[in-house]
Structures are given as C-alpha cells and as structure tokens.
Design a protein around this ligand. Sequence first.
Ligand code: SF4
Length: 317
Amino acid sequence: MAGLADSRPVPAGWQRALTRAPDNKAEGAAPHKVGHASIAYGQTRDILTRTSGYLKAYDYSLNPYAGCSFGCTYCYAAFFSRSRAARDSWGYWVTVKRNAVDTLAKRRDGTLDGKRIYMSSVTDPYQPVERTVQLTRSLLAVLCKRHAPVLVIQTRSPDIVRDLDLLGALQDSGGTVQVNMTITTDDEDIRRTFEPFCPSNRRRLTAIAQVRAAGIDACITLTPLLLIRDARRFADQLLETNVRRFVCQDFQFGGGHFVASTRAEAQRLIASRLGCSIGAFRKQYRAHYEKVRAALRSRLCPPAIFTEGKDGFAPPA
Ligand code: SF4
C-alpha cells in the first residue's frame, strides 16, 4: 500500500494559519494575493454539498474554494456568484474555506465509504492558491485516512500530480479515484483567449499521462469543445496520454454565457477563426463542432470510449 507514512506531510502550519485568519483578513503565513487573484478567507457550514441536476448521479460535490483564478471566459460557475461585481470580476478573486477540513473531519470514520463525491463543480481544486494553502491536499488526506469514497476530481491543472501519493493511498484503502482533465482546444491562441490564466494544453496532457502512469483512472473532458485546428492530430495527442475515456460537449452560447470582461474578444476570435461575421458564428460553430466530434470519435474509438454530454460525467462504477 502506498501508505500515508510515505506521503508528503499535510501542511499543518497552513491549516493553523487558515484557522486563525478572520474572515477576509489573512494572518500569519496565509497569503492575501496569489498572482492576479485576491485571496479571502471564509467559513462553510459543510464542505460536502448534496448534489442535484447535472450532478445528481453523485452524492456530494466538494468545492474547497469559492471563486476560481483560472477565470475561464465561458465559466458557468461565474453566474452563481453572490453579486454582479463578483461575477464581473470572475477570475480575480478566490475565497478559501478555512474550516473545510474541520467540517470533513467531523464525519464519523467510514460514513463516506462508497459515497460518490465530485470535486469540484464551481471551482478548480488545483488553481494556483492551492500550491501554498494546500487545502485540497489536506481534504484528500482526511478522506484517505478515514473513508473510502468514489472520488472524481475535475481540474485544468497539472498540479494534480503533486497529490498522486494521496490518490494512490485512497485507492489502496478501498476507495475509487478518477481524475478528469479538461482540455478544450488544440489551439493555444484560442486557449489563451478563453482560459486566460489556465496552464497550457501541453502541460495538461503531460500531467494526465502521469496520472495514468501512476495507475489512477482518468478521463479527458473536452468540455466545452472550442475550435480545433487539426482533429486527427489532436486525437493522436489525446491517445498518447494513455487515457481511454473522453467526453465532449458543445459550447452553449445561449443566455450570455461569457464572463463580461472577455465576452467581446472571445466572440470576435471565434468568428475570425471560422471566417464568418459575429452574427453568423453560432451556426458556423455548430457545424464545426459536429465535424470535429465525428473526426475525434472515429480516430479515438476503438480503443477509447467516447461519450457526449452529461452521461460522460457519471461516476465510475
Ligand atoms: S477552471 Fe472551471 S471553475 Fe475555474 S474558471 Fe475555469 S471553468 Fe470556471
């Protein structure tokens, strides 16, 4: 067993700093700014939230943070922000749920065995603040020691590889782990416009290959699938990771699903790449999506499983 004795220690110092920090005021070692993002500290009643709707196949969602400094242009989570100002500044603020570990630790040992947990639905558990605060790592350590859940981790960050030791330990102690890595395009210009603060596609592909090499199940979520330059080459890059599960989903343009600060730029870029007017890009995008989806499916399957939409996000059996 890749036991916890072999693992990097959980950062107790940071936990103490977080516990001392009053709301919205970092004290001691807790950071107040990471890169472009302001860091605040808040409380949560329970770090596990009962799921519904899109995630109803899960028992709980787990969001260590509120807000997300990756700031994806299309992020639907931005539209659940507590205020218009918070939505408009999406990507520039993060709240660390400083008592998250305490709320998880209150659960009796084994009560999460077999429970399906999705981490995370409205934030990225491996965004840059995690490197210093290590809250996601601390939560994983509690899960490893005391429970055996079915855990799906959704991220755009190669930093997931830091915690391969804990993921292995969770698996060895009877839990189930799957890492979902999101990759939305093979075009770095598109990636930079839609996901301005996210790591590059290359780094994400390398990381998910490392996850597979460590014996952890993985899925690549092509959601939303943006514009693809070369679908066949992209499919080959995806297969090189040794991942064999893929999910794709189209981009939903309805209802203003762009973060305000990047909406105009994103729309202009799509239209220019598709060679059409801004007025026509939705129809053109749909045709592009269908063509790319067919090309990916035929190149990836077999050996891979390729699904579309909500079904692809189901927890592993
Ligand atoms: S990484 Fe996820 S939660 Fe963060 S901004 Fe992007 S889509 Fe939203």
